[in-house]
Design a protein around this ligand. Sequence first.
Ligand code: IPE
Ligand code: IPE
Ligand code: MG
Length: 250
Amino acid sequence: MTVLDRLLRARRLRAQQREPDLPQAARAVAIIMDGNGRWARRRGLPVAAGHRAGTAALRRTVEAAPDLGIRSLCVYAFSTENWTRPDDEVSDLMDLFAETIRGQFEDLHRQGVRIRFFGRRDRASDSLRAQMAGIEERTAANERLDLWVAFDYGGRAEIVEACREIVRSGVTAEGVDAALIRQSLAAPDLPDPDLVIRTSGEQRLSNFLLWQSAYAEYVFTTTLWPDFGADALRDALAEYARRRRRFGGR
Ligand code: IPE
Ligand code: IPE
Ligand code: MG
């Protein structure tokens, strides 16, 4: 073997050793749960039936997540723009959130899931606000999985609110950095997602986690949210595992 061969071989070996760089599992996953309306329409059902089926999909997904290596799951439940939907749909959604907290979330609590909401709360009813605070408090010591629910959330509103808080604090211009902005976001403890999944075939962010997703991987699936569950989650994670994240480096 010539010196050149040896050098090339050594380089090849080093490259192979670098392969384990490939991400094994996404520990922080975020989901834009979309397609409830189309799911219902295709079955000739009212849109509320689609949202209800969506809550069953959420439960399946949350229950499957810990065994797939996920530690933090963040879901987009209601956006700041969703208030523009017809009044009866918004009202059905609010009723469904209350029912979900009372039923499913209590079950998830017994399975060790910690639940936190982020986004605006002042536009929710007093009773829904109290329910959110109650389940957050009851699940605070749970450690099996962190479930973050984005409710009345919008990425732009979140950044605007962070700017206001920073200005109010009186910090100098030079004192503003990425870490301070991060701390001023709606949920400073929410980890940046490794993977963002959007169901229903739409390929856009719709104002979700604008700051936090700067280097997330995206998986778009045509599965409608009410049809999502353990298998679809596993498929998305398998696609993530084939990606190579660079973070701007080589
Ligand atoms: C997502 O499903 C649920 C919410 C936005 C609350 P959609 O209701 O947006 O479903 P499509 O997009 O109309 O199918
Ligand atoms: C994004 O879905 C919001 C949630 C999933 C809660 P939308 O259905 O509201 O988004 P657009 O209108 O298709 O962008
Ligand atoms: Mg939609």
